[in-house]
Design a protein around this ligand. Structure first.
Ligand SMILES: NC(=O)c1ccc[n+]([C@@H]2O[C@H](COP(=O)([O-])OP(=O)(O)OC[C@H]3O[C@@H](n4cnc5c(N)ncnc54)[C@H](O)[C@@H]3O)[C@@H](O)[C@H]2O)c1
Ligand SMILES: [Zn+2]
Ligand SMILES: [Zn+2]
Length: 368
């Protein structure tokens, strides 16, 4: 079938929205009609050419939600009409990692996904000039996509697509990190560095868990203001003095839980140092630049601080995303507050510009 899609033709150049041919789903695959898709930093990072593992030509986009249109042979867990959130991080339930219960890093289709093809080693995307590759196994900057069944989370059909598409990446990363990766305890103190969607998600997760003190650190006064809406009890301007200020707010000890959501290695170091002596747990969520290293003074570890990280906040997509959609429907999670701009697929590059200018939290592409 012919669809409209945003193609990355050359690094550092605007995406080109054009007609693309999409082949039907094969065994284990599903055709999804996209309804909404968020524009995330990882799309911009790949488009810029900064990501060493990036490739083109491909159809970008990974924060999608839509409706199942058709299923390939052997697909049993979703059917036409089901509402789904796309997952760049699949959950097969059968690989050694999925079975362990200890990690969300499913091994089933990892290698092929990294190469830009579907699990059988081929692409469903093409155009007159030749074959196109898939991106993150999702390619959701498009009217339709074909994806592996194991990379779709079936969700409550009552939920608004603009809100739940954010659970395909940014929002889940922060929320799941607080709820299930760090398992923030009721009554605890939390410090979140960076108040973009990932950091604000961690704030929301910490609030849901009943944290007593939620300190948010950011260099932008606007973002700090927004953080209060999501549950921040204290806000601090980021910079050199941030660690000391977190210590001052926590009786000199540091926070029980810290989260880093900036991608800046210096801030990751601050998040480690702001974690409480004895048991403080620092969760690193930001993606650092190529070759950058995080320096930690060993004394901080010897005296009981712990450091962890999590892709997708450690969330198991097919298990956790439907739960988060339900929490949203029950009014426990505010996802609507993250949507700052609604744009069309043709305006996808505007979405990148808005992100670059830190204008709002998320631009969401709406499809017909
Ligand atoms: N772990 C994952 O799977 C995953 C998923 C999505 C995004 N990410 C990464 O998470 C990070 C955050 O993503 P986002 O979408 O929220 O980004 P964002 O750019 O919207 O937010 C980052 C925030 O950090 C703030 N900041 C900058 N310098 C700071 C400093 N010195 N101290 C405190 N705050 C500072 C900025 O003002 C901004 O508000 C990025 O690195 C992104 O690539 C990771
Ligand atoms: Zn993303
Ligand atoms: Zn698996």
């Amino acid at each position: 079938m012919q669809i409209r899609a945003a193609v990355l033709e050359a690094f550092g150049q605007p995406l080109v929205v054009q007609d693309v041919e999409l082949a039907p789903p094969r065994a284990g695959e599903v055709l999804v009609k996209l309804k909404s898709c968020g524009v995330c930093h990882t799309d911009l990072y790949t488009a810029s050419g900064a990501d060493p593992s990036g490739y083109c030509d491909c159809v970008l986009g990974h924060e999608g939600a839509g409706i199942v249109e058709e299923v390939g042979e052997g697909v049993t867990s979703v059917k036409p009409g089901d509402h789904v959130v796309t997952l760049f991080s699949p959950e097969c339930g059968e690989c050694i990692h999925c079975k362990s219960g200890k990690t969300n890093i499913c091994l089933a289709i990892r290698e092929q996904q990294g190469k830009g093809v579907l699990p059988d080693g081929t692409s469903r995307l093409s155009r007159a000039k030749g074959e196109l590759r898939h991106f993150m196994g999702t390619s959701t900057f498009a009217e339709y996509t074909v994806m592996p069944e194991i990379a779709l989370a079936k969700v409550n059909p009552e939920a608004d697509f603009d809100a739940i598409c954010l659970l395909a990446c940014g929002a889940t990363t922060g929320i799941a990190a607080a709820l299930w990766k760090a398992e923030v305890e009721a009554g605890s103190s939390v410090a979140v560095f960076g108040a973009g969607m990932v950091g604000l998600g961690a704030v929301a997760g910490a609030k849901l868990r009943g944290a007593e003190k939620i300190i948010v650190v950011d260099t932008s006064a606007d973002r700090l203001e927004l953080a209060k809406q999501f549950g921040a009890t204290h806000t601090l301007l980021g910079g050199d003095g941030a660690v000391q200020q977190v210590l001052d707010e926590t009786d000199g000890f540091g926070a029980d839980y810290t989260f880093e959501a900036t991608g800046i290695v210096g801030v990751m170091g601050q998040a480690v140092e702001a974690a409480r002596m004895g048991w403080g747990l620092c969760t690193v969520l930001g993606v650092a630049g190529k070759g950058e290293q995080l320096a930690i003074t060993p004394r901080f570890l010897i005296t009981g601080r712990r450091v962890q990280g999590g892709s997708f906040g450690g969330a198991k997509g097919r298990t956790h995303v439907p739960q988060l959609v339900d929490m949203y429907m029950q009014g426990k999670l505010d996802l609507d507050g993250f949507v700052s701009h609604r744009i069309t697929l043709d305006e996808v590059n505007k979405g990148f510009d808005l992100m670059h200018d830190q204008d709002g939290i998320r631009s969401v592409i709406q499809f017909a």
